[in-house]
Write a protein that binds this ligand. Structure first.
Ligand code: C2E
Ligand code: MG
Ligand code: MG
Ligand code: MG
Length: 298
């Protein structure tokens, strides 16, 4: 059961070392070819204003009805169209791309694509267009000229810096060179989001060493937010976000009950299969053509 199609077999650590090394080398070689031949695509998953879905969550309405999805932001998620394996999930190739350094040219390609797409939507829908959120690895942020590269891509595409959010992980905040890039990005006006919040070992100290504009509650906590203990955790995180004046997105919302609970707790934004799966740009166009956001993006 896999939502993203066939997966690359994970490296079998029981296998002899030369076999593991061989598998890695093959994957790395394929990745290199894939980058040269642009065999990657980007899908976009809506992030919605939870206040805006209140009507769809009203018990009086059909509980089976799909909620109206009006993305105030979209998260860009990369896919690899492998000639033999079909669509490969990022969980299966991003680690290899990071270890080999190939994430640097791949990430540059992703940023160029997503900036262009964000401008297209802005031209069509003005300020009702979704802002763009892009995942960036620590390996990319470690490049001394990363922020300069982003500035160049923004200028080349014509995207306003505040329309771009860079999603970082806690790992990145442990490297001084990454934190430097974060400061430089914020100086440009780019927003920073701390992804998978709560799963790291030092989420709170991270917020002291690295300035961010937004946190994304890890889907592990979304999954437990309807249980008494889980509710307390999700509540504590939003209280902290409010105290620090950070935007908050709850990720991995799969049920109406989770959406309702997170909305009650005060999460301004949510994302997950309950609202919409990651989808090609054309499918997002259909959503945008169908409605305008009920809550303005800031
Ligand atoms: P992430 O940034 O935390 O992205 C969220 C992941 O959760 C995505 O998986 C998304 O498809 C999945 N997801 C969304 N809603 C739900 C839900 O309701 N339930 C469940 N079970 N899952 C949900 P995906 O696309 O496979 O990406 C996995 C990870 O790969 C991402 O986690 C991110 O860390 C990394 N990644 C994806 N695209 C890129 C990229 O362009 N660059 C970099 N550096 N990393 C990327
Ligand atoms: Mg993310
Ligand atoms: Mg995440
Ligand atoms: Mg994740």
């Amino acid at each position: 059961a896999d939502r993203d199609g066939p997966r690359i077999r994970h490296v079998d650590y029981a296998a002899p070392l030369d076999v593991q090394v061989q598998a890695r080398a093959t994957l790395e070689r394929d990745l290199r070819t894939g980058i040269d031949e642009e065999r990657f695509s980007v899908v976009y998953q809506p992030i919605v204003a939870l206040a805006g879905v209140a009507a769809a969550l009203d018990p009086g309405t059909d509980p089976g009805a799909a909620p109206a999805v009006v993305p105030v932001m979209v998260e860009a998620l990369v896919r690899w169209e492998h000639p033999d394996l079909g669509t490969v999930s990022p969980g299966d190739f991003i680690p290899v791309a990071e270890a080999s350094g190939l994430i640097v040219p791949l990430g540059r390609w992703i940023l160029a694509q997503t900036c262009r797409q964000a401008v297209r939507w802005h031209q069509l829908y003005g300020d009702a267009a979704p802002r763009m959120s892009v995942n960036v690895s620590a390996r990319q942020l470690q490049e001394a000229d990363f922020a300069a590269e982003v500035a160049r891509l923004l200028a080349a595409s014509g995207l306003a810096p505040h329309r771009l959010t860079v999603e970082i992980t806690e790992t990145a905040t442990l490297h001084p060179s990454c934190v430097q890039s974060v400061h430089a990005l914020r100086a440009l006006g780019v927003r920073i989001s701390l992804d998978d919040f709560g799963t790291g070992h030092s989420s709170l100290s991270t917020l002291q060493t690295c300035p961010v504009d937004e946190i994304k509650l890890d889907r592990a906590f979304t999954g437990t937010c309807t249980a008494p203990d889980g509710r307390t955790v999700a509540a504590a995180v939003i209280q902290m976000a409010r105290a620090l004046r950070l935007d908050a997105v709850a990720e991995g919302i799969e049920t109406p009950a989770q959406a309702q609970r997170l909305r009650e707790l005060g999460y301004p934004h949510g994302q997950g299969y309950h609202f919409a799966k990651p989808q090609p740009a054309e499918a997002i166009d259909a959503l945008l053509a169908a409605g305008t956001p009920t809550v303005a993006a800031h």
